[in-house]
Ligand binder design. Structure first.
Ligand SMILES: Nc1ncnc2c1ncn2[C@@H]1O[C@H](COP(=O)(O)OP(=O)(O)OP(=O)(O)O)[C@@H](O)[C@H]1O
Ligand SMILES: [Mg+2]
Length: 250
């Protein structure tokens, strides 16, 4: 039990089953994500981590089951209602997914112009303050192509959080980054948690798991095979999980 267990569940996944053709990706998954925690999804390639993340914002539709966000089932919501959900649950794309032809400033202003009624002055302030959170306030007028891969990733995080979401989903945010940029991204994830964000993280990076994670859910064969703190998962006697951690089944 972690201290988060006493808190309220922000997301409740109940009996989620997902099929692609005759392949069962999720086979009745139950999982809670608690207020303010960092929950990491671990598991082999193809175990359904990304599909589960995408399901949390309605980009994938479960074939059965429910996903409650603050008590409301998002399964079956219309696209219009999902837009509202996606303002409150941000999805950080692996490679930033920035608009190449827009400056950093305009990339960040874009969601604000699309989804809020903020004044131009408020937009500029929010853009600056958000870039500052990822340490890139000096890059306002640069184009994505002027930035290193690590900086682009940080701008991508900034754009994902500019609507001040309650939940942030990261799909392999440090994959392919050097140790310096990996540390920067992990620090940002921790900072955002300190500011109250609830986090679901998908990563293969064991160091990341041990430095930032409150709990780990291990996916295998469509089910949550183990759920616990990083230490509990690391010390499990389950040979499948041990094999994975030791790098046998990557
Ligand atoms: N749109 C789709 N159509 C058909 N099959 C899909 C689709 N999306 C995912 N899958 C399948 O669902 C399974 C789970 O995919 P998912 O992307 O969630 O895996 P993952 O755990 O994120 O793997 P990785 O670590 O490689 O990113 C895989 O077998 C994948 O091929
Ligand atoms: Mg994936």
């Amino acid at each position: 039990m972690t201290k988060e267990s006493n808190n309220q569940a922000v997301i409740q996944i109940r009996g989620v089953t997902k099929l692609f053709g005759d392949k069962i990706v999720h086979d009745g998954i139950d999982l809670d994500v608690y207020q303010g925690e960092i929950l990491t999804l671990m598991g082999g390639s193809g175990s359904g981590k990304s599909v589960l993340l995408r399901s949390l914002i309605g980009l994938e539709k479960p074939d059965a089951g429910h996903i409650y966000f603050r008590g409301n089932d998002i399964v079956g919501l219309s696209e219009e209602n999902l837009v509202e959900v996606r303002k409150r649950i941000a999805y950080v794309f692996q490679y930033g997914a920035l608009f190449d032809s827009l400056t950093v400033r305009e990339n960040l202003a874009y969601p604000l112009r699309a989804h809020t009624k903020l004044s131009e002055e408020e937009i500029q302030k929010r853009v600056f303050d958000t870039l500052k959170k990822v340490g890139l306030e000096h890059s306002l007028n640069l184009l994505p192509s002027d930035l290193s891969g690590g900086m682009q990733r940080r701008v991508g995080v900034a754009r994902s959080i500019i609507l001040e979401p309650e939940v942030i989903l990261y799909d392999e945010p440090t994959t392919g980054l050097d140790p310096y940029n990996t540390k920067q991204i992990l620090n940002i994830i921790l900072q955002l948690k300190k500011q109250g964000a609830t986090t679901v993280l998908v990563t293969h990076d064991m160091h990341a798991i041990f430095t930032v994670t409150d709990r780990v859910a291990f996916l295998k064969d469509g089910k949550i095979r183990a759920l616990g703190t990083a230490q509990e998962i690391n010390s499990t006697k389950d040979p499948v999980i041990q094999g994975f951690i030791q790098g046998e089944s990557w």
